[in-house]
Design a protein around this ligand. Structure first.
Ligand SMILES: Cc1cc2nc3c(=O)[nH]c(=O)nc-3n(C[C@H](O)[C@H](O)[C@H](O)COP(=O)(O)OP(=O)(O)OC[C@H]3O[C@@H](n4cnc5c(N)ncnc54)[C@H](O)[C@@H]3O)c2cc1C
Length: 532
């Protein structure tokens, strides 16, 4: 069963090893667990719905609670404390395009707010209703999850947009194909959500990000249906797919999407290795990215993340062995940076890629290859790491992530500046923050930088929120100062909205606002997200 106030299913629980506990205490202090609200008491607070009865819209308190918040830190604080300021007035789950259109027409006529909802894994408040006098309908796409067509000759597949990651890959696998889009939220996020937030999967180096995979579809807007035909490429003016990608439910509801598919790989192998220090490690991944080696995944942890990941992985004895081994190979374990690589494709392609990449990493950058044992361990738990959020919260720690992308010349300075803004962000409150980073999603021009930070939850939800807000603001301002993007793949939602103008300029923001008004003159589509 899916957790209502945390991440993932209730059957999966990660434990903290003594080594992990020790690290957290050393970095942030003894955890300060707080009592969570139970579901019954939160359900009792759900207000009376403002919506009249409608055959496709359910107004029961439980559905409304389960669609009230996503996975951002403010969402967690609200759900765990039971202090939830707004709920949808009803949840619609259409089963076909006609029903979807009926809900849209109803919302338009009644000037209700309409929030498209894929998997609800947004980490930026995308699907949260605002406090408003207007009725709010959350439109869940969970029943629109079919594969509609597979065009093997052109390597295209068309799905209803509510399909979740595992169902989508399962259907493609049965036909011998793969999409290859694996965000860490894969288990619970949807195709429509990926497109609407411009997401990027762990193997983006091989398969591309969702922008590269999305080829066309159908968007139901309050002004009518926008059909995006599939062409291999086109010079027929600006590409309208680009206004759907990242549109965050502001201009319409994507009911169907056609995506590029690849043959299911004959071989897929992940390798873990250590680079002796950050300087060598950063140069190594830049080299791999700029020379476009046929690798499906590159993920480089800095030294702080390497130590933290090893500790949080929970294998204290194995970690001691790794440290001894690195020392023997002339690497100081305190400086070591962990690199994960994925090789995917036909047997011959994988063999060729490894024979090209491994000698370069060893010869040019002094990498120590831990072979597939570390890669296999990573692959086994690739979607499990977010479950640690539940464990840490229960032990009194909040953990959150943020991300940007910068050009190669700015990677190291931005990483240090963002980490420092977090690490010292609560110093005047006597609180320590643990921050560490990795690089993922690589381009010839630069890469994305992903920072995780952990701080203690406070005795009141207001203070926990205030700690988070202080940190988020400090890091977001730093990203802007460093000329990074406010988001490489999480999107904008509510939490990045006020930082967007620094990147888009006032003219850019008014262009986006005009676009929203054009498709949605009555302002019913997910207002307050992306742009005001
Ligand atoms: C633990 C965890 C790990 C994550 N890892 C990654 C990662 O590796 N890479 C990454 O890119 N992101 C990641 N995310 C962020 C999140 O999963 C992505 O933003 C994802 O794309 C959201 O998909 P969803 O279906 O859950 O969308 P939702 O959260 O339901 O919605 C997000 C936005 O999209 C809109 N939307 C959804 N469906 C439609 C539709 N059919 N038509 C129009 N608008 C729609 C909504 O209105 C909303 O504005 C992670 C989140 C969590 C909690």
């Amino acid at each position: 069963m899916k957790r209502w106030n945390g991440w993932g299913d209730t059957e999966t629980y990660m434990t903290l090893s003594p080594g992990a506990k020790e690290l957290l205490v050393q970095k942030t202090g003894e955890g300060t667990p707080q009592k969570d609200s139970d579901m019954e008491s939160v359900l009792a607070k759900v207000p009376v719905s403002k919506l009249p009865e409608h055959s496709i819209i359910s107004r029961d308190a439980q559905s409304r609670l389960l669609h009230a918040r996503g996975q951002s830190m403010p969402d967690w604080i609200a759900l765990r404390s039971g202090q939830i300021s707004s709920f949808p007035d009803g949840v619609a789950s259409p089963t076909d395009r006609e029903q979807l259109q009926q809900v849209l027409d109803f919302a338009h006529k009644s000037e209700s707010i309409l929030i498209p909802y894929g998997g609800g894994t947004s980490v930026l408040g995308h699907i949260n209703p605002r406090e408003t006098d207007r009725p709010v309908i959350t439109l869940s796409l969970n029943r629109l999850n079919k594969m509609l067509d597979i065009n093997e000759r052109s390597r295209l597949a068309t799905f209803q947009a509510g399909v979740l990651g595992p169902e989508l890959e399962d259907k493609l696998h049965k036909a011998g194909y793969r999409l290859g889009h694996f965000p860490q939220s894969f288990e619970y996020s949807s195709l429509g959500g990926w497109i609407a937030t411009k997401s990027s999967g762990q193997q983006s180096f091989g398969y591309g990000r969702i922008d590269d995979l999305f080829c066309g579809g159908n968007l139901h807007t309050p002004q009518g249906e926008l059909h995006l035909p599939v062409h291999p490429s086109s010079a027929a003016g600006p590409d309208l797919k680009q206004i759907v990608l990242g549109s965050e439910g502001r201009i319409g509801i994507l009911s169907e999407a056609t995506v590029k598919i690849s043959p299911f790989p004959e071989v897929e192998q992940f390798y873990g290795m250590f680079l002796p220090h950050w300087e060598a490690a950063q140069r190594a991944v830049q080299y791999l990215a700029q020379n476009q080696f046929p690798i499906s995944m590159i993920r480089l942890s800095n030294a702080e993340e390497t130590r933290s990941q090893l500790a949080l992985g929970g294998h204290d004895r194995l970690n001691q062995y790794i440290k001894r081994y690195l020392k023997m190979r002339g690497i100081n374990p305190e400086d070591a940076c962990m690199l994960m690589l994925g090789f995917t494709g036909s047997k011959s392609r994988v063999k060729y890629a490894k024979s090209e990449v491994m000698p370069i990493l060893k010869g040019k950058f002094n990498a120590v290859n831990m072979h597939r044992f570390m890669g296999n361990a990573w692959a086994k738990t690739r979607f499990k790491a977010p479950y640690l959020r539940n464990t840490l919260w229960d032990q009194g720690y909040a953990i959150d992530t943020l991300e940007t992308a910068v050009t190669w010349d700015k990677v190291t300075q931005t990483m240090q500046a963002v980490e420092d803004s977090l690490r010292y962000g609560l110093e005047d409150r006597g609180e320590k923050v643990h921050a560490f980073s990795h690089l993922s999603h690589f381009y010839t021009t630069g890469c994305s930088l992903y920072t995780t930070y952990c701080f203690r939850i406070a005795s009141s939800p207001e203070e926990t929120y205030s700690r988070w807000q202080r940190l988020k603001d400090a890091a977001s301002r730093t990203i802007i100062e460093q000329q990074g993007t406010i988001s490489h793949h999480h999107g904008v939602g509510a939490d990045h909205r006020d930082y967007l103008a620094a990147e888009k300029t006032e003219l850019g923001i008014s262009t986006l606002q005009s676009l929203c008004r054009h498709f949605d003159p009555r302002g019913i589509m997910n207002p307050g997200k992306l742009v005001e």
